[in-house]
Design a binder for this molecule. Sequence first.
Ligand code: NAP
Length: 240
Amino acid sequence: MVTGASSGIGAATARVLAADGAAVVLAARRADRLDALRTEIKAEGGLALPLPTDVTDRAAVDVLVSTALEWYGRIDILVNNAGVMLLSPVAKRDVDEWDRMIDVNIRGLLHCTAAVLPTMLEQRSGHIVNVGSVAGRRPFPGGTVYSATKFAVRAISAGLRNELSPAQSIRVTDIEPGVVDTELPDHITDEQTRRGLEQRWGDRMKLRAEDIARAIHYAVTQPQHVNVNELLVRPTQQET
Ligand SMILES: NC(=O)c1ccc[n+]([C@@H]2O[C@H](COP(=O)([O-])OP(=O)(O)OC[C@H]3O[C@@H](n4cnc5c(N)ncnc54)[C@H](OP(=O)(O)O)[C@@H]3O)[C@@H](O)[C@H]2O)c1
């Protein structure tokens, strides 16, 4: 099950996992994008089930998981990838956007985790992959609240691993990408921050969504006794 599968890292991850034989459940809000991806995966001989879902809606997430279980009978991997990055200076007090990031990046991730847990606990196996960010290690100007949500993803990943890996055989991985070329910055409403971001990056080469999809594939295809805790992947041209 991949959340945020309608674009960027989520769509690339769904493609990579489906190509390796996983039956993928595609979750995000844009149904047309999910349908198109299902068609593409099917044409390649893969299995995909599009289930339009807003991860901030807890009841909708419960329906997502129960529908997935009706179709496939089990859930082996949850990729908590849905996220938004609405950057702006804190002094601007875009509190609605702060709330939005907290709702999607933290609450959404927790809703999906809670919904799959009974199944994984019963299976005594499962893998939860949380897509954090290098921003989860250091805040940057304009990214204070985004960064806070990704610090939370790191804390949640470590906590889940503590509670679930040794005792329940459920593995937990935090994927921390650097700059990836996706739609993520397109939703930034603060014009100055968005332009500043573009200018600072210049023409350096960003990661492609597929680069992170391969990191996720690596983490979830290790033997059961291997728990890939964290993977931090930056573009070669990104400073540390
Ligand atoms: N791009 C980067 O540089 C970068 C770096 C580090 C970490 N990340 C993280 O990578 C993850 C994926 O981002 P991306 O770069 O691939 O950007 P993206 O192309 O904008 O993808 C974001 C995905 O999240 C989904 N989403 C947003 N709100 C949602 C909601 N309420 N319910 C369900 N799905 C929702 C979007 O789908 P719908 O709009 O269709 O719902 C979309 O599929 C995010 O967690 C992001 O923070 C990205």
